[in-house]
Structures are given as C-alpha cells and as structure tokens.
Design a protein around this ligand. Structure first.
Ligand SMILES: [Zn+2]
Length: 523
C-alpha cells in the first residue's frame, strides 16, 4: 500500500477519534514502522552489547553406521538442544559429528568438545579415549565412561565407574544450595572418586535414603555429567544445571543481575478497551517494563473484527507501544480459515497446527504460512505498530514452519519445536539464545499464569533459576484474567498478581526490557 493512501486512511480514522497531536504521533508511528524492519534493528542493538567469545566447539554423537536409527535420532535431538543452549555464547563455531569419525588430536583444537553418551556400550574410537585421558577439554555427558581403563582414570581422580541398576532411587540434584527436583528417576552412573582433592564436584545427585553421588564432576579439564540432562528437560530440574555450567566449561564464567520478563498475551481487536487499559495501568503503576503478543485480526464464526473498527482499543495498543512495551506479532488471526480448530475463534484456536488430529494442518504449506505471517505483519505496520519479533500461536507448528517464521523474524519469544528424523521435541530456554535456525529467542521458562495455584509453581521455578549464575525468569498472562468482571476458572485478582510480582522482586529478580539488558552481565 502506498504511504499516501495510508496517511489518508490514518487521517480519516484520526478525525473520527483522535485529537490533532495524536494524529501527528500516529503519522510518525506509521512512518517509523515503514522505514525499517524493527526486528533487525533491535537485534543489531543486542549484538552490539554482547562481547566476543568465539572458538570451535565439537559435539560428538552416536550416529552413523551400526547405530539403531531411533537412537541416532535421539542423539541428534540432544545435539540440537545443546547447540541451542550454546547459542547463548557469541561467535562459537559448532560442529556435530559421529564419534566414530573422531580423529586424534581434534579435541585439543576446540574450546571444548562435548561427548553425548546416549547409547549404552556405544563404540568409542581409541583416538578419542586417548585424548580424554591426555586431559583434552572434553565434557562427557551420560554413559560409557566405564569403558575407559580404570588404571588410566586414576590420574584424573576416578577409581571406578559403575552403572546403577534401573530404576535408581536418585531423583534430585543439589547445585549451588538448591535441590533441582525431577518427577522421574535419574538414570545415572556412579563415579567413585579416588583423589577428592583434585576433583571438583559442582553438583551431587541425591536419593531419599540419604545417599549422594557426584553428578557434575570436574577432573582437570574433563567435565563429567552422570546422566544426560538434555533428556526431557524440566522447568526445575538438572537441565538448568547443565545450562548454567556451560559458561564455566567454555571459559566464560558469567554472573548477572537476576532478570524477569513479563508478557501480555493474545491482545486482539475484540478485546475490551477497559480491560486492556486496566492491565497496562497495573504494570505502569508497578513500573514494570513489559511485552505483548498482538493478533492482527479477530475472527469468529460469522464475525471479523479489525483494529481500525475499535479506535478506543487501538489507542490503548498505541499507548502501550509509546510506553515502551515490546510488541510481538502473534500469528495472523490465531485461528485457521473457516475451520473449527477447535472453535474457529481467534486467540482460542490454533493457526499453524491441527488441534483435532494433533498433526500438521493439511493444506497449510510453507508459502501459505508465509503469506499469513506477511498479511498480519502488514496490518500491524499499517497501524503504526512495530513488531520486534514473533510468537507462534499456542507455540504449535510443524518443525518445518519454524523455518518460515525464522526467515521473517530474526527474533522470537517462545518455546520452540524441532525435529531430528523421527524425534520431535519442544525446548525451553533459561536465557536468551540464538538457536540452530539462527533466531534470537527470548526465554519463556515459567509458563503462563493459569490460576492462583499456578503462581506457586511459578515461584518454585523462580527459586530454581535464582540459584543459577545468570538467572532469568519469564512468564505471560492474559489481561482478562485480572478483570473484576471476569469470574471464570482462570481468575487471578490484581492483588494476587501484584503480590506474585513482588515476590519475584523479593527473590532478587528485576523486571527489565528484554533488549536493553543484554549487556547486563559481568564476565
Ligand atoms: Zn495466543
């Protein structure tokens, strides 16, 4: 659409509802939205704040000939999860390859080499074993350390490695004075330490009989994890321990001010202006920077509502942006065509996933998905709204479509789905990362405010993250939940909500703008 047309449309809308000074702001907003892609600009700002680390990283996995395909796919999924977490560190050059292709001396040329031992008894090349025993910078995750000759392990401080019969009784990991709990049991190996003075145990696995075993041990340059924390990562479990120690292992120890992010979800043209105004007012009063996901167009069976048709509401959306809220595009209609998916209502329905068959939507090709995204983006930009990134409706889409989203938006704020062969998995991040698709992803690691009871779980997640060296917590809520007129099952009173946010502050978390705090870390 030409700018003159936009200005005309804006002017028409403006004389109906806005004062002259608001009109001027509106025109400036439209020009700003049109003159650059906000997402690229914000990302460039963030990158300027991050220091250079760099270096080679090698991830060795059990794939290749002789490995059962399902195990190989699982190994690749762990490698992707690890690569994503390593994406929190700048300028690393990461290579993933089968351990069977390892050649002597390689690990010495890396900043660090990670071995993922998910195949019990998987073959290890002698060259790799020799380099580990020669104290190459290697992190050993999971099985198979027992394959190394025990007399050769002695100089590293280990007298024996033994697998524990399943199910083990170990279900929590103590790290930095916090118990990282796991609903299931840990499939761990026991390392017996011969020389406790030279070994540093960073974390211990515990059971209910009072027994403890080294969970993360540092033996000179070899780091050892007693299981694979990348297997089914939990919000409060030892996945966080691995994520937190990556900096130590890479030689870039981090320590940060604990940061909190909050996001208003599903802001759409059918929203009540009063409800949105109230939610914005609450965060404003508490001086809390926030983000919002915005749906460009509302649909329901037989109904269509545009932002232009709701001037009072639109004014609130624009006010939010002027206050500094970061806006994320949240689909196009947050439902799919005329299908009931499951109800046909924006915000409730899925847009990129079939809710009824729990499978990709038939007919939704990559180009159709791209078109939906672009239609929505244009609507927002024409309103003078500058989306800085993307949030997938219900976090649900086939892995392939994330490539489409990644091309359109270099920034996202969500949990993401990936696929490696037969394995499809979702991953959340405890801090911002640049993922394998190259997208800068802001963390969402506490989930959403569901009920007053969910706030207790979220505080549990906050306490687990608070124990880390560079803690982030991030959650979202829906403005209607706080409305005095709403009495449904997701009701949370303003008082409960404010108390929750204050509890996060008391834990030491500071609410921040997600892009202004990237440099707020001391190496
Ligand atoms: Zn949504």
């Amino acid at each position: 659409m030409p700018l003159t047309f936009l200005l005309l449309a804006a002017f028409t809308a403006a004389i109906l509802s806005l004062s002259f000074s608001n009109l001027k702001t509106l025109i400036m907003d439209i020009r700003a939205a049109r003159s650059h892609d906000e997402s690229q600009k914000v990302l460039a700002d963030v990158q300027r704040q991050i220091s250079t680390l760099g270096g080679e990283v090698l991830i060795l996995v059990h794939t290749g000939p002789g490995i059962i395909p399902a195990y190989a796919d699982q190994a690749r999924s762990y490698a992707v999860k690890l690569q994503n977490l390593l994406g929190s560190f700048p300028n690393l050059h990461i290579t993933v390859k089968p351990v069977s292709e390892y050649t002597g001396g390689q690990a010495f040329q890396t900043r660090r080499t990670f071995y993922l031992g998910n195949v019990y008894g998987g073959l290890l090349p002698k060259a790799f074993v020799d380099d580990v025993l020669q104290d190459a910078p290697v992190t050993w995750i999971g099985h198979n350390l027992w394959q190394l000759p025990s007399d050769a392990l002695l100089p590293l401080g280990i007298s024996a490695v033994q697998n524990l019969p399943l199910p083990t009784s170990f279900d929590r990991v103590e790290y930095r004075n916090h118990a990282f709990k796991r609903p299931g049991r840990l499939d761990i190996s026991e390392v017996k330490l011969s020389d406790k003075a030279s070994v540093r145990v960073h974390a211990w696995a515990h059971d209910h009989q009072g027994r403890r075993l080294p969970y993360v041990a540092q033996l000179k340059r070899l780091w050892y994890f007693a299981d694979i924390p990348l297997e089914e990562p939990g919000e409060t479990d030892r996945y966080l321990v691995l994520a937190d120690l990556l900096g130590d292992m890479l030689g870039q120890k981090r320590s940060c001010v604990p940061r909190a992010l909050v996001r208003m979800e599903d802001i759409q043209p059918n929203e009540s202006a009063a409800v949105l105004r109230r939610a914005i007012g609450l965060l404003e009063r508490e001086h809390i920077p926030f983000s919002a996901t915005v749906i460009p167009e509302f649909r329901a069976p037989g109904r269509r509502v545009s932002w232009e048709s709701r001037p009072e509401l639109l004014a609130e959306l624009r006010r939010m942006q002027r206050l500094g809220a970061r806006i994320f595009q949240h689909g196009y209609t947050h439902q799919y065509e005329v299908q009931a998916n499951p109800k046909g209502i924006s915000g409730y329905d899925y847009e990129f996933w079939d809710a009824r068959t729990d499978a990709p939507l038939s007919g939704l090709t990559a180009s159709a998905a791209r078109e939906r995204l672009e239609l929505g983006k244009t609507i927002l930009q024409d309103l003078g709204i500058r989306p800085v990134g993307w949030v997938t409706p219900h976090y649900a889409a086939p892995a392939e479509l994330y490539e489409v989203f990644a091309q359109a938006y270099p920034i996202a704020y969500e949990r993401r789905t990936y696929r490696t062969g037969s394995v499809t998995f979702e991953q959340f991040f405890p801090y911002p990362v640049r993922d394998v698709l190259g997208t800068y992803i802001l963390p969402e690691n506490m989930d959403q405010v569901e009920t007053p009871a969910s706030l207790q779980h979220m505080l549990e997640v906050a306490r687990a993250n608070r124990a880390l060296q560079c803690p982030w917590v991030s959650f979202f809520f829906h403005p209607y939940q706080l409305s005095p007129d709403y009495q449904g099952e997701h009701k949370v009173t303003e008082r409960q909500f404010t108390a929750f946010m204050r509890q996060l502050s008391q834990l030491g978390f500071r609410f921040v703008d997600p892009f202004k705090s990237a440099s707020d870390t001391s190496p």
